[in-house]
Design a protein around this ligand. Sequence first.
Ligand code: PLP
Length: 411
Amino acid sequence: MSILAKRSLIKEDKSNIITLGQIAKEMKKKDPEIVNATIGMLYDEDGKLLTFKSVDKALLSLNADEKYAYASTPGSKDYHEALKKWVFREKYDEFKDISSVMATPGGTGALSNTIANYLNDGDNVLVPNYMWGNYKQVAYENNVGFETYNLFNEDGRFDLKDVKEKMLKLKETQKRVLIIVNDPCQNPTGFIMNDSEWEGLIDIIQELSMDNTPIILLHDMAYIDYDYRGFEATRKNIYRYKDLNPSAISIMAFSGSKTMALYGIRIGAQICVSSNKDNLYDFDRANKFSSRSKWSNSTQLGMNLISKVVLNDEFRKSFEEELETSRNMLRDRAFAFIEESKKVGLKTLPFECGFFITIPCDNPTKAYEYLVNKKIHIIPMGNVLRVTISAISLRECKMLPKFIKEAIDNI
Ligand code: PLP
């Protein structure tokens, strides 16, 4: 008999990404020929973890206090200013007083706090049917279930019709809706919503919140800075949050892991936008309480690194240049993979850019085993295979589609 509490009895991390990633890593140590397309981190063309020189320089400039001292729970003023500047860019002045920031350990902490504070026990969070699997665990940990919406309609575009139907259903049953949208460069598909899809989503939020029903858009923007279209395109939809109804808010989950490649430092934030001062006040007090009780405060090192890079013109300029180079590297890999997939007849889910490409597959576990025998490690999930193109070279991106097609045809 287990001595775990009742609600913990079923707890088991079902995500195979970390486990399979570790297996691939260990095997690659013994055999460098192994292709490890598992874990969502960015590697350079020589197979080394990609780091930014500007971030390294900023690290060297930090003193002991800036690295090791306790931080305040919500994070420093500088950190808040830096993130607002980074996200709102030229509209910083317009948004600085209608937004608020809460430091969190990575985007994961931001997702957890938001679900904890904007849904009641037993409610469902609305998530896409193709998703980062951890959403479900974060929900469970916060006494919440989940409902899914179709990410794609029959034309392979964002399924606004299904989103609206599911939101209406949840509005009816639980009198509030919290929807997670992971855009751009959706994990695991690499999908990007276009302008009219964003407009449509905001229209639905406005319509459903007209009668004062709380509608919360949790915008998981983990991969925002890897969209090949650049800053202007990726901030456009964020600027729409300014006009949301008083009972609708947008909370963005920012990930320092992805934007600055600070994966292990565990730094991120919730960034809330609302023209309603009460919403901002509530956001600050409830999320500060949650953070204090769960992790007390976030890393001083992570916050100061991000603040230094963004607020120092010289660091920021060189970081933006480096970011562009890494974006282009990722885009070249993606084009190569897609081009090769077309040549060999390998079908992928709608993809535009990002760390991953997803392939429909009826028996992903068998395909995984087949590919491991060919020294290729990718992730089997549900009814798809996920290939992490951020972790492999251009040469490997050109090589993989043929093997994956072969695996699917032979199992
Ligand atoms: N959201 C998505 C879609 C992710 O893929 C990840 C990490 O892989 C995260 C959020 C959270 O990342 P972190 O907590 O490292 O910022």
